[in-house]
Design a protein around this ligand. Structure first.
Ligand SMILES: [Zn+2]
Length: 68
């Protein structure tokens, strides 16, 4: 499922739960590490995004616990 995403699509929908598709809300922003964590409103899954060299946010991990 994840491999089918295009770059454009990812930019538009950077905040969608990979599990249930619900909109994500910002949980934590870590500018020092170029990282942000979003949380699903419905199933409470944490999504960790990191910024790549081009400045795009990429999903690095999704987990039920935010092990920062
Ligand atoms: Zn969800």
């Amino acid at each position: 499922m994840v491999s089918g995403f295009s770059g454009e699509e990812r930019r538009k929908h950077s905040g969608k739960c990979i599990d249930c598709g619900e909109v994500l809300e910002l949980y934590m922003l870590d500018l020092k590490k170029n990282r942000r964590i979003l949380k699903c409103k419905r199933c409470e899954l944490f999504h960790t995004y990191t910024k790549d060299l081009l400045g795009k946010w990429k999903l690095a991990k999704a987990a039920k616990v935010s092990d920062l």
